[in-house]
Ligand binder design. Structure first.
Ligand code: NAP
Ligand code: HSE
Length: 438
């Protein structure tokens, strides 16, 4: 980064959950930050939407502005920390900041996932850097770990819990039997959720993070729409109870596997074998399992959301910019390069897994036989099956759940079978289908 003298001036775009955490660390730990970066780091401005909102945070009122020009046109500001979120006008602000010679630190996974190529091209054009440690897995330094610590490896696969809100909800449903809506409200209250929490629960936020991980680990430039994704919003408490009965926890996973068939990417609630490290990650915690060809299995764990854990990653990036490491890494890693060669994506014909399926069926003779016939016609074999007696109190003709676990099956075959099963007049669609990770 440019600039001389003893202090570096930062402009914050956003002073919400993450922004106020960043301001707090920079102000409360000013001495520690300046010792580690060799310069004092000052926050001069913070951009907000609503200047009247009471802000108990550490920044004095006169440094809060609604005028982005005041920040982008200020020559003293050399680092823009973008923690406002969203795509527009954020993208325009960052393109302008880079053009004005400022380095960018961002926590905005949606923006990187959708506009990484454009942003990184702009940074290269103007000789600036973009750092984004907080965009995946909050406080866990996974971007550095994959981009630098594991640089000797070809990553072969990863499995990650990277949405704190969903993991918090699933944990609250599993441990406390909390209904989905109550668990979501609590996650929002604790500052884990996105401004629009649909992005969390429908899997979009996890897909954004997987797009970034795919870039880091495989050099794959993918946009979110290319990643098959399923959220936790259609799960029932009953699915979690059945999974527990079968010996599994339900986790929203980001999965990537590199094989001769190509790169398989997916986001889906998945049954994870109890007792494995991923199954035991609870609350807002995140974890990333990375398998490299030299290092083998690695596991990274920590808080994936919330004010200070996320700010921890943002401030680490600011320090990297100040000491010049960000610029070096930015050039060496050459991410979202326009001339990069992206691996081809595997098709669902090439994806194999075991699957959990829940059907709501009429409690009548011959229904299980009809379902297993369709599965058999598609070459899918059943490993186990659960149907509980609904009891005498259950209203007549009300549908009952039938759960079955398959042996290894080709995803495309299972999808075709489920389409057929959902058309049977004894089945109440939609049926639920989740992958299984042992
Ligand atoms: P937030 O609490 O909603 O804060 C957003 C801040 O940006 C607020 O101060 C808001 O102003 C300001 N802002 C938003 N749009 C603006 C606009 N158009 N013009 C001016 N100011 C604007 O969001 P957050 O949770 O801190 O998240 C910020 C970013 O970090 C997002 O990209 C998010 O995905 C990412 N992130 C969040 C977490 C987390 O745990 N929360 C973790 C990792 C990454 P007002 O205060 O006036 O509304
Ligand atoms: N809403 C996100 C989550 C914030 O819950 O994980 C961290 O990226």
């Amino acid at each position: 980064m440019d600039g001389t003298g003893t202090s570096v001036t930062v402009g914050l775009l956003g002073l919400g959950t993450v922004g106020s955490g960043v301001a707090r660390i920079l102000l409360d730990q000013a001495e520690r930050i300046s010792r580690r970066s060799g310069r004092r780091v000052d926050v001069k401005w913070a951009l907000v939407r609503d200047p009247e909102r009471p802000r108990p945070g550490p920044l004095p009122f006169e440094r809060i502005t609604t005028d982005v020009g005041q920040i982008l046109d200020d020559p003293e500001v050399t680092i823009i920390v973008e923690v406002m979120g969203g795509i527009r006008p954020t993208l325009d602000y960052l393109l302008e900041a880079l053009a004005k010679g400022k380095d960018v630190v961002t926590a905005n996974k949606a923006l990187l996932a959708e506009h990484g190529t454009e942003l990184f091209a702009q940074a290269r054009r103007f000789g600036r850097s973009i750092t984004f440690e907080a965009s995946v897995a909050g406080g866990i330094p996974i971007v550095q770990a994959i981009g630098q610590g594991l640089a000797a490896n070809q990553v072969q696969g990863l499995a990650a819990i990277v949405n704190g809100t969903c993991n918090f909800i699933l944990t609250a449903m599993t441990r406390d039997g909390l209904p989905y809506a109550q668990a979501l409200a609590k996650a929002q209250e604790l500052g884990y959720a996105e401004a629009d929490p649909t992005l969390d629960v429908d899997g979009t936020d996890t897909a954004h993070k997987l797009a970034i991980l795919a870039q880091l680990a495989f050099g794959a430039t993918v946009v979110t729409s290319q990643i098959p994704r399923q959220g936790i919003d259609r799960l029932l408490l009953a699915d979690i109870a059945y999974a527990t009965e079968l010996g599994y926890a339900v986790k929203l996973l980001a999965l990537a596997k590199l094989s001769s068939a190509g790169l398989e990417l997916r986001v889906a609630p998945t049954l994870v074998r109890r007792g494995t490290p991923l199954a035991e990650v609870s609350g807002p915690y995140n974890a990333v399992r990375v398998v490299g060809d030299a290092v083998g299995d690695t596991f990274f764990y920590g808080q994936g959301a919330g004010s200070l854990p996320t700010a921890s990653a943002v401030v680490a990036d600011i320090i990297d910019v100040v000491i010049g490491r960000a610029g070096l890494s930015f050039r060496a890693m050459n991410l979202w390069s326009e001339n990069g060669s992206s691996p081809r994506l595997a098709s669902s014909e090439q994806v194999r897994s075991r699957y959990y399926n829940r059907f709501m069926i009429a409690d009548r003779p011959g229904v299980i036989a009809a379902i297993s016939r369709v599965l058999g016609d598609h070459g899918i074999s059943i490993a186990s099956l659960i149907q509980h007696d609904p009891g005498d109190d259950s209203p007549p003709d009300s549908p009952v759940p039938l759960v079955l676990l398959t042996h290894l099956a080709v995803e495309a075959h299972l999808i075709a079978a489920l389409r057929e099963i959902d058309r049977l007049d004894v089945v109440h669609p939609p049926s639920i289908c989740l992958g299984v990770e042992e």
